[in-house]
Design a protein around this ligand. Structure first.
Ligand code: TXA
Ligand code: MG
Length: 310
């Protein structure tokens, strides 16, 4: 059996597999199997009211689970890709109850990563998968990160297919009158508005209740994180952007050329590395330079802000 077949058989047998997507690693289970999906909540320590994103291999597969309106069809042009759509769940959708956590909608996407697509094809299942990290902790963009979170608890699908983007998918809620961005990602608000040819709303603190996951502490390293830092304080290590100078042994730069896509791809990896460095060297905090707040920078700042809230 090759790696993909082994992972597919674990999924079909009701087990969990960590697998790469083009965004971050997912912690996947057969989305139609309630016991299997409950294992995800248990392994992550995830509150049961936080629904899971369902991954499918084709538009046809997506349409068998969710009601597609005209906007959904327009946005499906981003698939396979880093965009999750929240849509009304079909009444006959083969989905475990825990996946939608009591909501009448589901979040769904087709990932653009060969290993993820092969796993979906080979298992023949829709796969429910949150990011492969313990609840609240930094997301995983390599098998090393997954192992930092779960040690040997979980089978990890090792693959050449990488987490090219490095940040979770953009989530757009199309179950409401006005399309609403619930989570920033690589597909920017401008790109969504361009595809829909209309304005979209951005979830405010209050309406984030719609994406219950957004209410919790997220993406946090074990040591403290201080954002928009212009100078290093004692006992900090730096995470730079462009020509910022938070320089000390161990400091890293998200993108010395100031490229936001490169910075996004490095973000979680560098947070994992700096966290480990800080813990090993008795350093109290990671200080992060400010990152421009436009296009992909919106998603980077969203993750950094949440990670800094303790
Ligand atoms: O890129 C990604 O989206 C990755 C990869 C693995 O696909 N997955 C991911 O899953 O980031 P997770 O669980 O870490 O984040 C999913 C977010 C949560 O905030 C959850 O509350 C929200 O999606 N969500 C899921 N279903 C929803 C629904 N029906 N309505 C609103 N929000 C939903
Ligand atoms: Mg997550």
């Amino acid at each position: 059996m090759n790696n993909i077949e082994k992972a597919a058989s674990i999924i079909r047998d009701g087990g969990l597999v960590a697998f790469p997507t083009e965004t971050v690693y997912g912690l996947g289970a057969d989305a139609s199997n309630q016991d299997a999906c409950l294992k995800i909540f248990k392994a992550k320590g995830r509150p049961s009211n936080n629904p899971l994103i369902v991954h499918v291999a084709s538009l046809e597969g997506a349409m068998s689970l969710a009601e597609f309106n005209a906007d959904a069809l327009l946005l499906s042009k981003f698939w396979p890709g880093p965009l999750s759509l929240v849509l009304p769940k079909k009444s006959d959708a083969k989905l475990a109850d825990s996946v939608s956590a009591g909501l009448n909608t589901i979040a769904i996407r087709i990932p653009a990563n060969d290993a993820a697509l092969q796993l979906l094809e080979s298992s023949g299942c829709s796969i429910a998968a949150p990011s492969a990290n313990k609840s609240g902790m930094v997301s995983s963009t390599s098998d090393w990160h997954v192992k930092q979170n779960f040690e040997d608890e979980i089978f990890v699908l090792e693959s050449e297919s990488k987490c090219h983007f490095g940040l979770e998918s953009t989530i757009v809620d199309l179950s409401t009158v006005t399309p609403t961005i619930l989570r920033y990602g690589f597909i920017t608000p401008e790109a969504i508005e361009g595809a829909l040819n209309k304005k979209v709303a951005i979830a405010s603190k209050l309406s984030e209740i719609k994406a219950p996951g957004m209410m919790y502490r997220h993406y946090s390293p074990k040591v403290k994180l201080r954002i928009n830092a212009s100078k290093l304080q004692d006992n900090e290590v730096g995470l730079n952007f462009a020509d910022s100078k938070l320089d000390r042994k161990g400091s890293l730069n998200l993108s010395s050329s100031g490229d936001l896509s490169e910075a996004a791809a490095n973000l979680f990896d560098y947070l994992h590395k700096l966290d480990k460095f800080a813990l090993e060297n008795d350093i109290e905090a990671i200080a992060v330079a400010s990152v421009p707040n436009h296009s992909v920078g919106l998603a980077i700042n969203d993750r950094l802000t949440r990670a800094s809230e303790k």
